[in-house]
Design a protein around this ligand. Structure first.
Ligand code: EPZ
Length: 427
């Protein structure tokens, strides 16, 4: 029953340090199962999806030393000896989406996977047909039974060519995991190009894999059985960075968002500049300034796969667009149903019309605080941002959804001068 309370209208000032990227860390943690060895992983974010994944690794028999967020910022994981049975129950796997990375990892390691159907944010129907198609193409028999996905390749996986019908981050990760130890060559076409795909392949190559082409449409893998552990740092979280950039813009503040890879933020920077935000790009930081007396201009945003504007920044951008002059348009080109959070923004006074995969935002209507409920991770972050811009107190419910992916969001905003706190209410 914990909630976040935000009292808005306070410009933010100072420096914020961005944590490691959840969506890059998750594939790498499951890749430690595939490889088998001792790893020293730096910069794991202290968020519940990562803690849940570490707990899954322990359940599978791994040793884990160093909680995320420890003072050295390093977690040592040993997956050399795991249990014979790498099964993950539906109750555990439905706690998050990335649990399905265990299918690719376990298939690659021991030719057998038995994992419950995954959970994750509710964006409507989330098929996994492209994952299953790839496992089958690599020679596994795949079936779904009693809430479990069962995949088996007793003779081992064999390299192949797979063309993905849709660009999918998850299917690309699972395909890489499964193919890394497969016999022979695998060519994956029409793959996702997100920075976390590049991060995963770099990690696996440090472990002795032979993967090329990450960051382009086509990835080539020469199967390698002899892999080993390594030391590796997770890249900074571009979505967390973008969220704080919008926090600075929406409050009319001056914030240095530090420890970022500016290349990953190009689409967000471009939109913010177009709207009238002052953006200065440095080597490893971005400074966001906005005069609180100067209204921003509304814009058009299309959320699409990288390097397009990220769908995981679409709700936060929508919150900012509610405060801008004129009409704004958002087209969501990745998910069928990612506007659930709009109800919360409307309760705060925003004027938004949603029609299928498009939202039209009539900017400039004043926002005022009330109680709202997070419906998913980034939608919940959008409610915090809107609360920072609203008159009075906004109370945000179901904050465990936000804490799946934001490391100490309340503390970080508080240190920038936001009037925000996390409060426990008796359940
Ligand atoms: C990842 O989800 C992220 N999650 C999501 O971030 C992010 O929104 C998404 O990629 C897109 O960038 C993690 O990394 C854990 P997809 P994923 O497979 O991999 C369709 C967040 O807020 N599709 O790239 O599940 C699918 O329905 C989360 O941190 C198929 O049709 O997304 C969607 O329309 C939320 N068949 C599109 O592809 C498949 O087999 C992209 O989905 C797989 C996907």
């Amino acid at each position: 029953m914990d909630k976040i309370l935000v009292c808005g209208k306070k410009p933010l000032y100072g420096t914020i340090n961005v944590s490691g990227m959840k969506n890059a860390a998750l594939p790498i943690l499951f890749a430690t199962v595939l490889v088998g060895g001792r790893f020293s992983i730096g910069n794991l974010p202290n968020v519940s999806d990562i803690n849940e994944t570490l707990s899954i690794l322990k359940q599978l028999g791994a040793t884990v030393i160093g909680e995320p967020g420890n003072k050295d910022n390093i977690t040592v994981i040993d997956t050399t000896r795991l249990k014979d049975d790498l099964t993950l129950s539906p109750q555990r796997s439905e706690k998050m989406r990335a649990s399905y990375y265990l299918i690719g990892a376990a298939l690659g390691r021991c030719g057998k996977a038995s994992v419950g159907v995954p959970g994750g944010c509710d964006f409507g129907y989330r098929p996994i047909d492209q994952h299953l198609k790839c496992f089958s193409a690599l020679g596994a028999t795949v079936k779904q039974e009693n809430g479990m996905i069962l995949a088996e390749a007793p003779e081992g996986l064999k390299g192949t060519r797979v063309y993905f019908d849709v660009v999918s981050v998850g299917a690309t990760v699972n395909a890489i995991l499964a193919a890394t130890r497969a016999e022979g060559f695998t060519i994956l076409e029409n793959v996702a190009k997100e920075p976390h795909i590049v991060n995963l392949t770099e990690f696996l190559n440090f472990c002795g894999a032979h993967i090329s082409g990450a960051g382009t449409d086509t990835i080539k893998i020469r199967g390698e059985q002899h892999l080993h552990g390594c030391d590796y740092d997770i890249i900074p979280d571009m979505i967390e960075a973008g969220t704080y950039m919008i926090a600075a813009a929406i409050t009319g503040g001056d914030v240095l968002v530090d420890n970022v890879i500016p290349k990953h933020l190009e689409s967000v920077n471009a939109k913010l500049m177009e709207m009238g935000v002052d953006v200065t790009v440095n080597d490893e930081s971005v400074r966001i300034r906005r005069d609180p007396d100067k209204a921003l201009q509304n814009t058009k945003v299309t959320a699409m796969p990288y390097p397009g504007f990220p769908t995981d920044m679409q709700p936060q951008m929508c919150a900012l667009m509610c405060t801008c002059q004129g009409t704004g348009y958002i087209t969501e080109a990745v998910w069928n149903s990612r506007f659930g959070y709009v109800n919360g923004l409307a309760r705060l006074g925003a004027q938004i019309v949603v029609n299928g995969k498009m939202a039209v935002i009539e900017g400039g209507h004043p926002l005022s605080g009330t109680t709202v409920t997070a419906v998913d991770l980034r939608g919940g972050a959008a409610l915090i941002l809107a609360g920072l811009a609203a008159q009075g107190v906004t109370v945000i419910d179901k904050i465990h959804l936000i804490e799946r992916g934001y490391d100490d969001i309340v503390g970080k905003l508080e240190r920038l001068g936001a009037d925000i706190k996390r409060v426990s209410f008796p359940g």
